[in-house]
Design a binder for this molecule. Structure first.
Ligand code: ATP
Length: 321
């Protein structure tokens, strides 16, 4: 599998960073709340400079997996390495290098926005230009406002600002765009893209599949504690068949159809025949259909040829319960 990396420069770091090791390496990870197994043998590898989207149904175990990677929980079994460290035992080592946005923020209501950022900077030992950062996330006009007076979306953006404060090498975001209006969502994603462009690695969860589809270098879909599908977007989409549809004159079916590799269904409605083909060889079967139509002088009306969408893959994962 190949990953698209947008790394513009390498971060200065230890010898460990000079090699090609993944930033996050998770192997056979298992975690249970009492008797309920929320994470059930997860393998995951996040490479330097990529945006990796962890998708999944409600309750699939995404947040628990992120909390384990962030070092807030100890695995029941399996291993996690972040920059080569065990996160639950190396939180102080990882803090300067790893920004996190949890699903529920723990902001201090009495502090102002800019005080919150500065406090966070001192706690994480990361440095940044707080004013410029607030400008970037469109909170500059609220710099001196107390956290308790912020709207839900503004709190979420402040939370995002804390995660990216100091442009850490690794940024873990749990549903960062939930609760944001469409414009703020788009701006957040632009910032995430810029961070990737300047070398940060980003692991995030989202329920917005179109966002993952347009921005993630690799995605994984989690279901009932396990990763069901994982890879680059083309690899993940290729796990479901593509679809070709067309309308032809019913009389065209007098001419034998080609031997498609996929499964063809046809239905007649008066003088029109509807063709629908599900195939794992889109180019080959589309070529065969086009040749058949050309050689027979047949008009293909309403011709469509589409790869499966991420939503279809997602639904198929959920259907295999
Ligand atoms: P969502 O998309 O709804 O946020 P998720 O994929 O992030 O879900 P988790 O929050 O990791 O899922 O939860 C996984 C499972 O573990 C769920 O069934 C949830 O009810 C359960 N769970 C989560 N936290 C706890 C807890 N503190 N105690 C007991 N069970 C929990």
């Amino acid at each position: 599998m190949t990953a698209t990396t947008g790394a513009a420069f390498a971060f200065p770091g230890s010898f460990w960073d000079m090699n090609d090791e993944p930033v996050i390496e998770v192997s056979r990870l298992k975690f249970s709340y009492d008797t309920f197994t929320a994470v059930d043998g997860v393998d995951l590898s996040v490479r330097r400079g990529e945006i990796f989207a962890l998708l999944g149904t409600n309750g699939a175990g995404k947040t628990t997996t992120l909390e384990l990677i962030e070092g807030f929980r100890h695995p029941e079994s399996g291993t996690i390495r972040v920059f080569g460290h065990e996160p639950a035992r190396a939180r102080s080592v990882l803090k300067p290098r790893m920004g996190m946005m949890l699903q529920h923020a723990g902001l201090i209501e009495e502090l102002s926005v800019v005080e919150t950022l500065r406090l966070w900077g001192s706690l994480t030992t990361r440095t940044d230009d707080a004013v410029e950062l607030l400008d970037r996330i469109e909170l500059a006009h609220r710099a001196d406002t107390r956290v308790e007076q912020l709207s839900g979306g503004e709190k979420r953006r402040l939370d995002f600002a804390l995660a990216i404060y100091g442009r850490p090498e690794l940024i873990v975001l749990d549903e960062p765009t939930t609760g944001l209006d469409p414009e703020s969502r788009q701006r957040l994603w632009q910032t995430v893209e810029q961070l990737r462009g300047s070398g940060s690695t980003i692991l995030l969860t989202t329920h917005y599949l179109e966002e993952a589809e347009s921005l993630a270098d690799r995605v994984a879909i989690m279901h009932q504690g396990r990763i069901s599908v994982e890879g680059t977007l083309p690899e993940v989409l290729a796990t479901r068949p593509s679809r070709i549809t067309a309308h032809v004159p019913a009389s065209a079916l007098d001419r034998a159809l080609p031997a498609f590799t996929g499964t063809l269904e046809s239905a007649l409605d008066g003088a029109v025949a509807f063709l629908a083909l599900e195939t794992s060889a889109l180019q080959e079967d589309l070529g065969a259909l086009l040749c058949w139509a050309r050689d027979g002088g047949i008009d293909l009306d309403h011709l469509t040829a589409n790869q499966a969408s991420l939503a279809e893959v997602f639904l198929a994962v959920g259907a295999n319960r």
